[in-house]
Design a protein around this ligand. Structure first.
Ligand SMILES: NC(=O)c1ccc[n+]([C@@H]2O[C@H](COP(=O)([O-])OP(=O)(O)OC[C@H]3O[C@@H](n4cnc5c(N)ncnc54)[C@H](O)[C@@H]3O)[C@@H](O)[C@H]2O)c1
Length: 331
């Protein structure tokens, strides 16, 4: 818990996604942005020009100097993937709460260390998986948890994106900074959604990767077996002309489908129904939930453990693709 009425937040990384986080934070009366850090001052300028309310917030180019010189309760880590671990661990070492963009880390050992440290220090550690706050995805999870489709036996998920073309020449295609390609990047949301919504525990994975001539994975085909015997077939397509997201979750008594924002249900008798757009969930977002969790008013909906489970499966999948064979989890 913080003693002041406002949670004081610093941001590391003022690139594309910082606009969404700032937009969420400035709507909260119990949050205040007190520091901005980026190695590129032009990106801080761009953010300030867009949000004049930030004009007087102190700017830094070195996150360690910002952590040392600014009184704050929490940090948002919004930088290239392989930088997340040090920036988050240094914040936890300073006693701050941390919200990290996905993927939380690019290595399992790093994710475990962050989760352990946050738990030991009783700090909030969260990963910014926004599907956990969006009504259609919450509906799918609630439907599965209610038991109305029975026990999950098969999941198929598809993500397509113009990722390869749009990220060419950026850090996303530099393994030193990204830790991997489309599977580590947007694919992280898909892996997370499957694990979070079904609660299933992966026991083995087989993956095949097509690099499409790039240094990182572009297209990936994954087969996952879970500890209850269920299977998942996951397609991550980074060389596609458009964005598409599809999930079909088959249980022993029916199924639930997410099709680009539209939800359909299948009952045990084979009848389909469509869920109306008005969902029984209020939209929220990771930033709001982070602040409310720090204040002890809500529980984290996307805790660090979700980030750990995703990197466990992602790391095993990339290992499987390298070795050309199935990899067991927890080996
Ligand atoms: N949740 C989502 O849907 C979503 C969407 C986009 C991006 N993201 C995630 O957000 C993070 C950032 O992605 P982005 O799209 O904003 O990338 P970006 O390239 O637009 O921004 C990254 C910023 O980090 C800065 N930076 C690099 N090294 C730094 C350092 N050492 N210290 C401080 N700043 C540094 C860069 O100058 C840049 O401004 C990634 O983890 C990405 O996967 C999530």
């Amino acid at each position: 818990m913080v003693s002041q009425s406002k949670v004081r937040i610093m941001i590391v990384g003022c690139g594309g996604i910082s606009f969404m986080h700032v937009n969420n934070l400035i709507k909260l009366s119990n949050a205040e942005i007190v520091g901005l850090c980026d190695v590129n001052p032009g990106n801080i300028r761009r953010l300030k020009d867009h949000f004049p309310i930030l004009e007087k917030v102190r700017e830094h180019s070195d996150y360690r100097k910002m952590y040392d010189s600014t009184e704050a309760d929490a940090v948002l880590v919004l930088t290239p993937h392989t930088l997340h671990f040090n920036q988050a661990m240094d914040a936890l070492n300073k006693g701050m709460h941390v919200l990290i963009e996905k993927p939380m880390t690019t290595r399992v050992e790093h994710a475990k260390k962050l989760v352990e440290k946050a738990s030991k220090e009783k700090r909030v550690l969260m990963v910014s998986y926004q599907r956990h706050y969006e009504p259609p995805f919450r509906f799918v999870k609630a439907r599965i948890e209610s038991g109305s489709i029975g026990e999950v036996q098969f999941v198929t998920s598809l993500l397509t994106q113009e990722w390869m073309r749009l990220t060419r020449g950026t850090w996303r295609q530099d393994p030193e900074l990204s830790g991997g390609g489309e599977l580590m990047d947007s694919g992280s949301h898909i892996v997370d959604f499957i694990l979070w919504s079904t609660g299933l525990k992966p026991s083995e994975v087989f993956a095949q990767v097509d690099y499409r001539g790039c240094k990182v994975d572009i297209n990936t085909s994954l087969t996952v077996r879970f500890s209850n015997g269920a299977l998942a077939s996951v397609s991550i397509v980074g060389d596609a002309p458009c964005f598409e997201e599809y999930h079909a979750i088959y249980g022993t008594r029916g199924a639930v489908f997410y099709d680009n924002g539209r939800i359909r249900l299948l009952d045990a008798e084979g009848s389909f129904s469509t869920i109306p757009l008005k969902m029984p969930f209020e939209p929220s977002n990771p930033d709001r939930n982070f602040v409310m969790s720090i204040l002890g008013l809500e529980k984290p909906e996307s805790p660090g453990e979700c980030g750990l489970r995703v990197i466990e499966l992602t790391e095993a999948a990339l290992e499987s693709a390298r070795r050309g064979e199935k990899v067991s989890l927890g080996e």
